[in-house]
Design a protein around this ligand. Sequence first.
Ligand SMILES: [Zn+2]
Ligand SMILES: [Zn+2]
Length: 120
Amino acid sequence: MAGSGAGPTLRFCPESNDLLYPREDKERRVLVYFCRSCQYQEDADPKDWCVYRNEVQHTSREKTVVLQDVRSDPTLPRTRDVRCPVCTHDEAVFFTSSTEEGMTLYFSCCSCGHRWRDYV
Ligand SMILES: [Zn+2]
Ligand SMILES: [Zn+2]
């Protein structure tokens, strides 16, 4: 790991120092980071998304993330605000990943494992 350290890969809560998790603000259609320990929340900076994109161009990190079975990853946040288009189950794991179009939100159904994406 010889990174330059400039990337916004991880964010921490200024209140409790916990890792902040990305989530989609459904009303405003923007990406936010939130803390699971307290109520802290902040908007993701669109500039960060661009930095992300540049970093990912020379790594295969996105493919790695997307190919994992994310349902078994306890560190990933879950939501009940979505409905699986395949089995209509109402709980899904979600995570973000960078694509050429920008930051993309992925959902993975907790029941059948179907994965779909939502543009933010
Ligand atoms: Zn906190
Ligand atoms: Zn499903």
